[in-house]
Design a binder for this molecule. Structure first.
Ligand code: NAI
Ligand code: ISE
Length: 338
């Protein structure tokens, strides 16, 4: 059986995921799309030649009889409404990060999913599917560096637009680290602090950039994450884990090394699309397979909630300058790994 997918949001990642489901992955096709920018949705369907129906209303798309599963790739503040609507319709739903823009919104989704009685939601946290992060985790879990003590991380984007504000460094960007690092070292955060170094002249009025986020975990691990979204030179994700007996680093993406013009050099990628291209493929194939078998195992609503609880504390820490406690409620058995 082919899984018929409806996609809400045809912007940057929406277009990428539509292309993936239509041409790169197996077992699915996109039969319906929606965007508040209807002309854009029509153009995407026509440019890709996929013959999907274009809906003016997202809820109509969700409830369409021929739509088996939903992809939510619209702006973050719309996610909660569309995911709740998909759960109400009893349809599997892949939601790009963030699951909702507040922890409270994520909790509403958890309550609805638990009331439904079976997992329907997968959150678009793709880094646990990245080969580099998987190798890093295998080194840590295999005892190669002893117990982790400190993590030094960086999340750098070349530039962002005027609509990107100081708190988005947390809710839109750091949220990837908030998810992947608790998975990487199997730990939970207990506090957060945010420090603002000198602001780059390449930023704009509504954004303090860069920022350093300091996290402490239940096991006492200290984590620093530099978020620098106007770094100019490229898209650069770094993660170094310092353990009791050694250090493990996230591998650099592979690139050809050049000896040319009296220089030794490697290229640096410039956007997230290329950096995590394989991980996006694997996460979406996992969703397609899970939706078809009725057993969704990718990042859950609980993962979305846990990241949002930490993100809320980081935003409060941005505002107060203080060390803010992170109080993670206990995970319900419903979300225990199989
Ligand atoms: P975008 O701005 O390029 O596209 C968003 C689209 O959603 C736009 O076409 C907009 O018209 C549409 N939209 C907004 N409100 C809507 C509504 N009420 N109903 C229907 N459509 C609506 O943004 P982008 O970069 O594609 O991001 C979308 C989501 O994906 C965000 O939540 C973002 O955080 C996430 N994302 C995740 C990435 C990842 O690495 N996992 C990478 C990039 C984005
Ligand atoms: C974007 O939405 C993403 O999710 C990218 O992975 C991240 O690097 C970027 O900072 C976000 O704006």
């Amino acid at each position: 059986m082919t899984l018929n997918i409806g996609v809400i949001g045809t912007g940057a990642i929406g277009q990428d995921h539509i292309r993936r489901c239509s041409f790169a992955l197996s077992g699915a096709r996109v039969v319906a799309v929606n965007d508040i920018n209807l002309d854009q949705a029509k153009k995407v369907v026509s440019d890709l030649g996929i013959g999907a129906e274009v809906y003016a209303d997202a809820h109509e798309l969700i409830n369409a009889a021929n739509v088996d599963a939903v992809l939510v790739t619209s702006w973050g503040p719309t996610h909660e409404e569309f995911v709740l609507s998909a759960i109400k319709a009893g349809k599997p739903v892949f939601c790009e990060k963030p699951l909702a823009v507040t922890a409270e919104g994520c909790k509403n989704i958890i309550d609805a999913e638990m009331a439904f009685g079976r997992r329907l939601v997968q959150v678009g946290f793709m880094r646990p599917y990245d080969q580099g992060y998987r190798a890093l985790k295998a080194a840590i879990d295999g005892g190669r560096i002893g117990a982790p003590l400190m993590l030094h991380c960086a999340h750098r984007n070349p530039a962002v637009g005027e609509s990107y504000t100081t708190n988005m460094a947390i809710t839109d960007t750091l949220v990837h680290e908030l998810d992947v690092l608790r998975w990487l070292i199997d730990d939970d955060y207990v506090s957060a602090q945010v420090i603002f170094p000198r602001t780059t002249s390449r930023s704009h009025a509504k954004l303090r950039d860069p920022q350093i986020v300091l996290l402490e975990t239940a096991k006492g691990v200290r984590i620093d994450v530099e978020v620098f979204v106007n770094c100019q030179y490229g898209y650069d994700i770094q993660c170094e884990v310092v353990g009791e007996t050694g250090i493990a680093r996230l591998p650099e993406p592979s690139s050809v090394q050049l000896r040319s013009e009296a220089k030794l050099s490697n290229g640096i990628l410039v956007d997230w699309k290329q950096r995590f291209i394989d991980a996006y493929d694997v996460e979406l194939q996992a969703f397609i397979n899970g939706a078809k078998s009725g057993n969704i195992t990718g990042p859950s609503s609980w993962n979305g909630y846990a990241a949002a609880v930490a993100a809320d504390a980081c935003v409060a820490a941005q505002e107060s300058g203080a060390i803010v406690p992170i109080r993670m409620p206990e995970r319900p058995a419903f979300y225990n790994p199989a």
